[in-house]
Design a protein around this ligand. Structure first.
Ligand code: ADP
Ligand code: MG
Length: 310
């Protein structure tokens, strides 16, 4: 056999094996409610059992993350920090540290538009939206004074956190869901199912594409219109006031807050951000909803490899 043929033979075999194995895959879809929203996992697997087992594990991982990062769960690690880190320096878990550090980077890169220390403000506006009653200006001012990221001190060498003011509250609602989506995908991938997509209430990570396709077709809504995009090993997240807001004197105030003035944002557009993973897309979508200065938006996009879908 000529030498050249020998060297390409394994490649041909590999290619055929790949397409054969792709053909024996079937599509499966599973949905469950987690983090207050509907999570769906679509995957291509070679048996229903493998698909079910992988998605079950992925949903458990999402729940595990919720138990760490939710500010609704009283004994979550995040709630414990809000309760006790004013009184004592607290050592945090590795994954908490990773998201705290990333939140710190987003705070800096967004000029303070993304700020997980604005828990007192979210609490105030959540109640206002629930009751459809505008918050008092004095309450906004008071909550604003307890919402400074500069009052959070992180010690990298000890992996600890300390809150400098009493009654501060951290809120990771703008970043934790994206992380959970990434981790759900990593879970199914590690179980040998890389051709999968995870959707958490519209925020999506799409992994390896479905067999014989150029990527996962995902529909995004943009200013009332829809647009199809194709994703492979990439994420998209959206953010905006479409669903949760309070109307006052013909102005709509969102559940997304500008931490620099304490008010819900009033821009009615939904923002879609695209990024290499969903934790970046999620935080970027929230940050970009709040940001108004074009130059800041560009610098945020560059710092995190994210892009605003236009
Ligand atoms: P959605 O509610 O559609 O998932 P987001 O991903 O933007 O939208 O998340 C909104 C959540 O982010 C809010 O409910 C709140 O918990 C948190 N949040 C609101 N404003 C900010 C902000 N300026 N910086 C960081 N997190 C925020
Ligand atoms: Mg977000």
């Amino acid at each position: 056999m000529p030498l050249k043929l020998i060297s390409i033979l394994p490649l041909i075999l590999l290619f055929q094996w790949n397409s054969l194995s792709a053909q024996s895959l079937s599509k499966y879809e599973f949905s469950e409610v987690h983090m207050g929203t509907l999570f769906s996992i679509v995957l291509y697997a070679d048996s229903a059992e493998a698909a079910k087992q992988a998605s079950d594990r992925a949903f458990s991982r999402v729940e595990e993350i919720n138990q760490v990062f939710s500010d609704y769960v009283e004994d979550s690690e995040l709630s414990q920090i809000s309760q006790y880190a004013f009184y004592k320096e607290m050592k945090v878990s590795d994954e908490m540290w990773a998201l705290l550090s990333l939140s710190d980077k987003f705070y800096r890169a967004s000029n303070g538009a993304f700020n997980i220390a604005m828990g007192p403000l979210t609490k105030l506006w959540r109640r206002a939206i629930r009751r459809q009653e505008m918050p008092q200006e004095s309450d906004i001012k008071e909550a604003l004074a307890r919402s400074n990221w500069s009052d959070v001190s992180l010690d990298k060498s000890k992996q600890t956190i300390r809150l400098k003011k009493e009654k501060m509250r951290l809120d990771m609602g703008g970043i934790a869901k994206g992380y959970a989506i990434d981790e759900a995908y990593q879970t199914v991938k590690q179980l040998g199912i890389p051709r999968a997509l995870v959707d958490g209430g519209g925020d999506i990570f799409a992994g390896e594409p479905p067999p014989n396709s150029k990527g996962w077709k995902v529909m995004v809504k943009l200013n009332g219109k829809t647009q199809d995009i194709y994703l492979t090993n990439e994420a998209v997240a959206s953010s905006g006031s479409t669903y949760r807001f309070i109307e006052h004197n013909d102005v709509m105030y969102s559940h997304i807050i500008d931490p620099r003035n304490g008010y819900g944002i009033t821009n009615p557009n939904r923002i879609n951000a695209r990024a290499p993973n969903c934790v970046l897309a999620d935080a970027a979508a929230t940050a970009l909803s709040v940001m108004t200065v074009e130059e800041d938006i560009k610098s945020l996009e560059e710092s995190f490899e994210v892009s605003l879908i236009k």
